[in-house]
Design a protein around this ligand. Structure first.
Ligand SMILES: *Cc1c(COP(=O)(O)O)cnc(C)c1O
Ligand code: SF4
Length: 407
């Protein structure tokens, strides 16, 4: 068992049994500047932000996560996601309280029904760690009752036979006990038209001790249950997290990952590619990369959409297709997920589709019914050359990379 946490004075006397107990991890979360100071050297900005009241989204860092933080480097990606900064308290001109418009799509408190066949079921407000980039910070936090009117939700789901997919989220569903979570799963399984149940959680990443054999038994009992995890940086895929992923995978739980594009944390193609590779090695399939929402207090984490497109361009074709998630922007105000991709279509005209590949080389696809190249004005003079064509008129040549792939 890895006991490197013992190098940190605050935990030098903690037994491996306690460290491995998720209740111990929860009870011993870091809430105060004084505790945090014993783990890392705080910058004046961090000192000030930690001491300030953070509204609902208090600082709460499980010892496991804190031990992964770099003691000296405030830019450490693990540290930035857990330790507040003063920038959290400034609200930008476009920031919104409810950036994804979830509150307006709630037929029952705690149930978001936006898409035709699936719902988001918010079962708790609590999380193992409060991510400083949380988009749902208006709802998430400590010391509040359950947000969901469970009975109302089950009743709604029984009536709405068009719903076939339930995403259990929050907060973090893994903050519930195994018994409670089992009860929720049992109630959902009683509804015959619900054919796909998934749990969205970050706890296996921020506090992998939560993934116990007993928890895995609950997932097996109500199988098939899918899980969507939330990973932002390759450093999060630690040996301990890999062990948790192994347990979930061996329990037959298909694993996916959602990543938020965060400035200074993962907004580099190389970091993102490394994260995707680490996830695949742990049997986690990258599912989404989210553009950071326009939520209040997280503007300092936001980066340009072009940066996301550049990252997608660096992934597709350059690495395994399984390592390429879908990049989405949640349409502000309730538009739902809108997929964005670099543009690979150079032109379409009279059945002639001119495409560029991942290396920027040009290829032509003729749709059924397209005339011979010389019959098509757009293609007059285009020479055949392997499977690539010279596309006349737009200055593009076979094998010549297009510098600007973003329309
Ligand atoms: C993301 C989301 C879902 C699930 O969407 P998928 O694309 O199926 O993963 C469902 N409801 C809401 C409100 C969501 O934001
Ligand atoms: S785990 Fe999810 S819901 Fe909880 S604080 Fe982090 S981002 Fe927000």
């Amino acid at each position: 068992m890895d006991d490197s946490y013992r190098r940190i004075p605050l935990w030098s006397n903690v037994s491996p049994e306690d460290w491995e107990d998720w209740h111990w991890q929860l009870r011993n979360r870091i809430y105060t500047v004084d505790q945090l100071r014993q783990v890392i050297s705080l910058t004046p900005d961090e000192e000030e932000a930690c001491a300030k009241k953070q509204g609902r989204l208090v600082m709460a860092i499980p010892p496991y996560w804190a031990a992964l933080m770099d003691r000296e480097d405030p830019k450490c990606p693990i540290r930035q996601q857990g330790v507040p900064r003063m920038e959290e308290f400034s609200i930008g001109p476009h920031d919104m309280r409810d950036p994804c418009g979830e509150d307006t799509d709630m037929p029952v408190p705690g149930l978001v029904h936006r898409y035709p066949d699936r719902v988001l079921f918010l079962v708790t407000e609590q999380c193992a760690m409060y991510c400083r980039h949380c988009t749902r910070r208006r709802l998430v936090g400590e010391n509040h009752g359950l947000m969901s009117a469970y009975e109302g939700t089950f009743e709604y789901l029984r009536k709405h036979t068009e719903v076939r997919d339930v995403l259990i989220s929050g907060g973090d569903p893994l903050m519930m006990t195994d018994v409670r979570l089992g009860q929720v799963l049992a109630r959902l399984r009683e509804i015959p038209h619900l054919e796909f149940i998934r749990i969205g959680s970050r706890t296996p990443v921020t506090m992998p001790q939560r993934v116990t054999p007993e928890f895995c038994e609950v997932l097996k009992k109500y199988k098939p249950i899918w899980m969507s995890l939330h990973f932002c940086h390759p450093k999060e895929v630690s040996p301990r997290v890999k062990q948790a992923m192994d347990m979930l995978a061996e329990s037959g739980v298909p694993l996916g990952s959602q990543t938020v594009l965060l400035k200074g944390v993962n907004d580099e193609p190389e970091i993102m590619k490394k994260l995707m590779h680490e996830l695949l090695k742990a049997r986690v399939r990258p599912y989404y990369i989210y553009q950071c929402d326009m939520a209040q207090g997280i503007t300092h984490f936001r980066t340009a959409v072009n940066k996301g497109l550049e990252i997608m361009q660096a992934l597709r074709g350059h690495t395994s297709g399984y390592a390429v998630p879908t990049y989405v922007v949640d349409g502000p105000g309730g538009g739902g997920k809108i997929p964005l991709s670099p543009n690979y279509v150079v032109s379409t005209k009279e059945g002639v589709v001119t495409l560029r590949n991942f290396e920027g080389k040009i290829y032509t696809y003729y749709e059924p019914g397209a005339g011979a190249p010389e019959m098509i004005p757009a293609m007059a003079g285009a020479g055949k050359n392997g499977n690539g064509h010279k596309a006349n008129g737009n200055g593009l040549h076979l094998g010549e990379p297009i510098p600007d792939y973003i329309p």
